[in-house]
Design a protein. Structure first.
Length: 514
């Protein structure tokens, strides 16, 4: 655990040191749970967006993208249920004055039981070696059975009491499980209360005529209210999808864990409209498609797992999260929801406008059902950053810090390095920069010894270094060094463009995963 905490601290300090993420308005001591992306962070974020956007709107002929406004008519949020039901159950500790999400306290307790069971299983696996039957062990070992049984019971009771809005029972659960304030150990809790997460603001100049608005807490509703505009003007036929990337705002109760839970963040959402009755088939398809998208980036398949929801949101008939193994454990990275016809129907009711599709094959008018895929861009950023940061022992006994970002996402694709700052090497290096810069973000770097420059680029996440030496002037070749393997290859200058393309191209990364 301590090691994991260290890793997380390293990720945060590395993110700052290399211009990825800064606290917002840092000179004024920052703003809680709001962050700014620096010169490298902005590039990485843009590349993640691009990777998602192209996968959605370019690789699927039946998905188009929109960019709706952050401010929406206030009735939108009445229709969507956010005014009445976008609440988190919160609880305060009377001694420490710290505020927590009551459901998260219980879920963390359940997660600990799972970890205990997994630990027992891992120990047994080691002891029994090849002959170990994990399935049987799970079912028969009394300790493992107890841990897993207790966990299941706790999660089921939590789901039940949240669905029934029985907050007193959530409080009882916290007391019965003797859950303590994670920071101070105190068990002196207040009652559990609901707290609406939307940020309010005002539209209009004078106080009396101003209209109360909300900053959108999700991008999805911008898609629903435009469903018919896009369907008609794009001549879209069901099944089809509408994708969107944009800011969302939530007044999160507990906003810790860096960019995992922010008050201002970005979402990449896609709503896929299908025939009623076919939604669960599409739901399964999208679960698989989205997991494949994640796998394509090569961050490690063991870092992902599905979590099927026990407690379904008011609009869903099936829901799962793709969880990622962040430095603080497995947590939600993306949600995939079968939202039924809830949203379109609610907007029909509140607006009085029909939001239907005439299906020429069925010769029928209906309100489509919707499968949503919703991923937090900043959480994806954190997944990429935290799983890429490595301390490596080298053969010569030294260590290096390397940010093994997927090359397709890396802010800088190649650094061009003249071996020395004279003899015409800078000029040739600059020429290479001028050639490559049309297609790739490349960087010229001549300061310090070559070894130090390699290390600097490793730590910044640059996948390729291109070194120009004296021989280059004669043979028109350069040395390409690959960040991850540290392998070096002599190549003709004219091949550089295709080498960089092969390493960093969208197609190279994505083509085996669609
Ligand atoms: P959580 O349970 O972690 O609060 P959620 O279930 O409320 O998340 P959704 O409403 O399904 O999240 O939002 C879709 C996605 O948006 C999430 O999977 C997550 O990646 C991202 N997201 C949600 N809230 C935040 C936040 N406060 N900061 C950063 N990303 C967020």
């Amino acid at each position: 655990m301590a090691k994991q905490e260290d890793l997380f601290k390293n990720v945060i300090s590395h993110a700052k040191e290399y211009g990825y993420i800064f606290a917002s308005s840092e000179i004024y001591d920052g703003l809680s749970a709001v962050y700014d992306y620096g010169q490298n962070g902005a590039e990485l974020k843009k590349n993640i967006k691009e990777y998602w956007w192209r996968s959605m709107t370019q690789l699927h002929q039946n998905i188009v993208g929109i960019d709706a406004a952050i401010l929406m008519h206030p009735t939108t949020w009445k229709a969507s249920g956010h005014v009445d039901a976008f609440n988190d159950p919160l609880i305060d500790n009377k001694d420490s004055k710290k505020r927590y999400r009551a459901d998260v306290l219980v879920e963390d307790h359940a997660e600990k039981l799972l970890q205990k069971a997994e630990k027992e299983i891992a120990k047994a696996k080691k002891r029994f070696g090849e002959d170990f039957d994990e399935e049987m062990y799970r079912e028969t070992n009394p300790r493992v059975k107890r841990y897993l049984g207790e966990r299941k019971e706790i999660l089921e009771r939590l789901a039940r009491s949240l669905t029934n809005e029985d907050l007193a029972d959530v409080k009882s659960l916290i007391e019965e499980l003797e859950i303590a304030d994670p920071e101070t150990g105190s068990k002196n809790w207040t009652e559990v209360r609901q707290f609406n997460l939307m940020f309010g603001t005002k539209l209009g100049a004078s106080a009396d005529s101003a209209t109360d608005l909300y900053l959108r807490p999700e991008t999805a509703q911008g898609i629903f209210v435009n469903f018919l505009n896009v369907q008609k003007t794009g001549r879209m036929k069901i099944p089809f999808g509408i994708a969107q990337i944009g800011k969302a705002f939530r007044n999160e109760i507990v906003a810790r864990q860096f960019i995992f839970r922010m008050r201002e963040f970005e979402q990449m959402e896609m709503q896929f409209f299908v025939r009623p009755g076919e939604e669960l088939e599409w739901y399964e398809k999208w679960k698989e498609t989205r997991l494949n998208w994640h796998k394509s980036l090569g961050l490690g398949e063991e870092n992902y797992r599905f979590h099927d929801h026990e407690k379904l949101a008011h609009y869903a008939n099936a829901a799962a999260d793709i969880e990622f193994d962040f430095p603080f454990g497995f947590k939600e990275l993306e949600g995939i929801h079968s939202r039924t016809d809830f949203d379109l129907k609610a907007h029909e009711e509140h607006s009085g406008k029909k939001l239907r599709f005439y299906d020429p094959e069925l010769k029928e008018n209906y309100v489509p059902y919707v499968i949503e895929t919703s991923i937090g861009l900043d959480r994806m950023f954190l997944a990429v950053l935290s799983s890429s940061l490595k301390e490596e022992e080298l053969e010569d006994g030294n260590t290096r810090t390397v940010l093994k970002l997927p090359a397709v996402l890396a802010p800088t694709k190649a650094a061009i390095l003249p071996l020395v700052k004279k003899d015409g090497l800078p000029e040739l290096a600059q020429k290479i920069v001028d050639d490559l810069k049309w297609d790739f973000r490349v960087q010229y770097d001549e300061k310090d010894a070559i070894g130090r420059r390699y290390r600097r680029q490793d730590a910044a996440g640059t996948p390729l270094c291109i070194t120009v030496d004296h021989d280059s002037l004669e043979d028109n070749s350069v040395t390409v060094r690959f960040r991850d393997s540290m392998e070096q290859k002599r190549v003709p200058i004219e091949e550089l463009e295709s080498i960089v393309r092969k390493e960093t191209d969208f197609k190279t990364w994505m083509k085996d995963f669609i």
